[in-house]
Design a protein around this ligand. Structure first.
Ligand code: CUA
Length: 186
């Protein structure tokens, strides 16, 4: 089959471009952890506040006994709840997002955090923050008149600082718990 040399050149260029883009996608996926969210887990959006996992007292940053950090967040017109969270830098964090009303999205610039939050589903993403600083969480799916005001903040601090903060909070909780016990005993 005869192929015009100029046409051949353009076929090569276009194949080269496709390979380049595929390569970039593969490097991002395999080495930078940038993946399409694929967690399929359903939840009844009307009963989120009654569910155990996303009840108000379980929202925000939770540390399991083995040290794993999970952040549970609820998106609703027009904010992410809780409004402020504090996280350690250079640590793996698992985010679990649910919507209590309509379709939202969340985007945290300079991180791999970008997912739709579809009512009825739990969106789960693993992330980590290499540098301390203030990271905004922005809604990136049009969800109503207040859409462009829909954002919250994550404060990322040094790991040691974060651990010290946790220890202090735990100690404060212990003090109130003992104080309560004592007043009950009186
Ligand atoms: Cu929520 Cu836009």
């Amino acid at each position: 089959m005869h192929i015009d040399p100029l046409e051949k050149k353009w076929i090569q260029i276009s194949l080269g471009m496709v390979s380049l883009f595929m390569g970039i996608i593969m490097i991002d996926a395999l080495f930078h952890g940038v993946n399409a969210p694929s967690n399929v887990e359903t939840i009844d959006s009307r009963k989120i506040h009654l569910s155990e996992e996303f009840a108000e007292e379980n929202l925000g940053v939770q540390v399991a006994e083995n040290g794993d950090i999970t952040v549970r967040m609820v998106a609703g017109r027009y904010a992410f709840f809780p409004k402020h969270i504090t996280l350690p830098a250079e640590t793996k964090v698992t985010f679990r997002w649910v919507s209590m009303d309509v379709l939202h999205g969340v985007h945290m610039p300079m991180t791999n955090m970008s997912t739709m939050i579809v009512p009825g589903y739990v969106s789960q993403i693993e992330s980590s923050f290499p540098r301390p600083g203030e990271y905004p969480m922005l809604c990136n799916e049009y969800c109503g008149l207040g859409h462009d005001h829909m954002w919250s903040k994550a404060l990322v601090i040094e790991k040691e600082e974060w651990e010290a903060m946790r220890a202090k909070q735990a100690a404060a909780l212990n003090i109130t718990a003992t104080a309560d016990e004592e007043s009950n005993n009186e």
